[in-house]
Design a binder for this molecule. Structure first.
Ligand code: F6P
Length: 344
């Protein structure tokens, strides 16, 4: 078969591991040929691609980012977009498509497969919030980076008797905040799934000061809502899927905490450092397992399905189910956070 791959949406450590494994197994086991469309769906619409042979993928599983580059392009919004994709695939004699991406990218894969174009998906996001899968590659790396940053902030916060507010990614779900906050010994962790109780946050910080710890670490997910005023938007522009750029809740919260407690407070936004650099060993392994399953799905003609991790097994579900909602933290995780907080 002649198979095309593409990566859409924000980049994510482990994308290259997926590409590596799918291409390697496809060539060695099934005798497939591969091309990689560049810049996500944009590259399909513009017929821009690179050949993916064993030489092209040599060693890429160790690297961060995506060798195919990425974009946020919504084919569904472009008049005639689906037909254009069909034409480009036909022109390049592509028998099947493997799309690596989050819910936006996969909403396009679904529209294409509904229109009879053979395709499967691989879930991708550092936010770890895709419905139906227990873990997405990239999350482990992001948590390690955020945890290391929080570790470092303890000593500087302590030295200056300050509160440090650390903003991490997590648009709809607080998985990174939960994991890095817990691993990094944050005194307060705030996630989008729960409203911020600013009085409780200040009470926790004051309790620590009163009990000998003259500094505080607050971890906040970018998607949290301010007690008054909603989410904090970094730019008025929205992407082609209608999402605004979230950024700045850490700074806003730091101001509020300083005003309410009188403690000197600073904020740090970890931003895209969480997505950059080499994938962790866990993400390299998970990414490769997703890639191996994706090429098997192609040969089993599982169109409209997406690879997922269930427990320790890689299997697949419909893309429709995967994008029907976000996987969010629930009471079990809130309990862990509450149990680790000081009792005030
Ligand atoms: O991939 C999801 C995500 O990491 C979100 O947490 C964040 O809001 C968004 O990407 C940022 O994307 P961009 O690279 O477009 O700024």
């Amino acid at each position: 078969m002649r198979v095309a791959l593409l990566t859409g949406g924000g980049d994510c450590p482990g994308l290259n591991a997926v590409i590596y494994a799918a291409v390697r197994k496809g060539i060695n086991h099934y005798g497939d040929e591969f091309i990689g469309f560049l810049n996500g769906w944009k590259g399909v619409l513009e017929n821009q691609w690179m050949p993916l042979d064993l030489k092209a993928i040599d060693g890429i599983q160790l690297k961060g980012g995506t060798v195919l580059h990425s974009s946020r392009t919504n084919v569904k919004k472009i008049p005639g977009g689906i037909d254009k994709v069909r034409d480009v695939l036909k022109q390049n004699k592509v028998d099947a498509l493997i799309a690596l991406g989050g819910d936006d990218t996969q909403s396009v894969t679904l529209a294409l497969t509904d229109a009879g174009i053979p395709g499967v998906g691989v879930p991708k996001t550092i936010d770890n919030d895709i419905n139906g899968t227990d873990a997405t590659f990239g999350f482990d790396t992001a948590v390690s980076i955020a945890t290391e940053a929080i570790d470092r902030l303890h000593t500087t916060a302590d030295s200056h008797n300050r509160v440090m507010v650390v903003e991490v990614m997590g648009r709809d779900a607080g998985w990174i905040a939960y994991a890095a906050g817990t691993a990094g010994g944050a005194h307060v962790t705030l996630v989008p799934e729960r409203p911020i109780d600013i009085d409780h946050v200040c009470k926790l910080l004051k309790y620590n000061y009163d009990n000998g710890k003259h500094y505080g670490i607050v971890v906040v997910a970018e998607g949290c809502h301010l007690p008054e005023g909603g989410q904090v938007i970094g730019s008025a522009e929205v992407d082609s899927f209608g999402h605004a750029r979230l950024s700045g809740i850490g700074e806003a919260l730091a101001d509020l905490i300083e005003k309410k407690t009188g403690f000197e407070t600073r904020s740090v936004n970890l931003g895209h450092t969480q997505r950059g650099g080499v994938p962790s060993a866990f993400d390299r392994i998970l990414g490769q397992r997703y890639g191996l399953h994706a090429i098997d799905m192609v040969h089993e003609q599982k169109w409209g399905r997406i690879a997922v991790l269930k427990g320790t097994d890689i299997t697949d579900i419909t893309i429709k189910e995967a994008i029907s909602c976000n996987r969010r933290l629930d009471q079990r995780f809130f309990d862990v956070l509450s149990d680790l907080e000081s009792k005030v």
